[in-house]
Design a protein around this ligand. Structure first.
Ligand SMILES: [Zn+2]
Ligand SMILES: [Zn+2]
Length: 279
């Protein structure tokens, strides 16, 4: 029986090394200069109890978030490796210092969700012998995952889905779709001249539209990857020296995009669109 790519990735994710937390968080970009500041000093820095048992670490200045996750909690969903967790709910079942650790981890998840920040993951595996001891969980093996994770979902109850790898763009237009569809090896040089257009500008317009046609307000259809589809349109065409700027780009449903180009009303639409995007 053959296994899929994602199944293989999951197998490869299982930690195999006995590395220390301090090494892994430092590698991820967390400042560990305070770890030796306790009675154990530099020699025992790695086991400073103030830090070494934490589940989440942050470097707020550089927006780095590092989380400890259990390998056993990984799941495969649509060929993607995910973890579902609710640290807020878990914190209510814990006692003592673990309550604060869980709450800190929940804060980190909220922050990552809000800022759409990448999350570095230290994948942990339990010592099989320790597993037998009730209520105790000591990581035996750890790896720092080289792939960034992202918060895919976070709801008001604290239910969180973390995804390994980049999230699909929530909003896409005809150019992104074309890039996604065409296999690079099949891409052929276009013979007609195409004006260069900034993806950053189009992305900003798509974000402004939030998935709704900026003319009629109708929601764009959902693609099979779950993104909202709208077409980005230069109101004054680049060929007429229109500028490649959000004040000249509008996100339209496919119907209104065709209309903007080919309808007898296209001049009026142009005026209307310019007013709309300037407000
Ligand atoms: Zn429309
Ligand atoms: Zn257009």
């Amino acid at each position: 029986m053959s296994i899929s790519n994602s199944e293989q990735q999951l197998i490869d994710l299982k930690p195999t090394s006995h590395r220390k937390i301090i090494e892994l968080v430092e590698e991820a970009g967390i400042d560990v200069s305070d770890w030796p500041n306790f009675k154990g000093g530099t020699e025992k820095a790695a086991s400073n109890p103030k830090y070494c048992y934490e589940w989440s670490f942050e470097n707020k200045k550089e927006n780095i978030i590092v989380l400890n996750l259990w390998f056993d909690n990984c799941e495969l969903e649509n060929d993607t490796i995910i973890q579902k967790l609710n640290m807020r709910a878990e914190s209510e079942e814990f006692t003592g210092i673990r309550i604060r650790r869980a709450i800190n981890m929940d804060f980190s998840l909220q922050r990552a969700a809000r800022l759409k920040s990448p999350v570095r993951v230290i994948m942990c595996d339990e010592n099989p012998k320790e597993k037998l001891k009730e209520g105790k969980s000591t990581a035996d093996k750890r790896n720092l995952d080289s792939v960034d994770w992202y918060v895919k979902e976070y709801d008001e109850e604290g239910n969180c889905v973390l995804q390994r790898g980049e999230l699909a763009a929530p909003y896409i237009d005809q150019f992104i779709l074309r890039d996604l569809e065409v296999n690079p090896s099949e891409k052929h040089e276009s013979t007609s001249f195409v004006y260069p257009r900034s993806k950053a500008v189009r992305d900003e317009v798509l974000l402004r539209a939030k998935g709704n046609c900026e003319h009629c307000g109708e929601e764009g259809f959902r693609t099979n990857a779950g993104a909202f589809y709208l077409e980005s349109h230069h109101i004054v065409p680049l060929s007429e020296e229109g500028i490649d700027h959000i004040s000249n780009v509008i996100a339209l449903c496919p119907n209104h995009h065709r209309e903007a180009h080919y309808s007898e009303n296209s001049n009026e639409l142009r005026k209307l669109f310019l007013e709309k995007v300037s407000s």
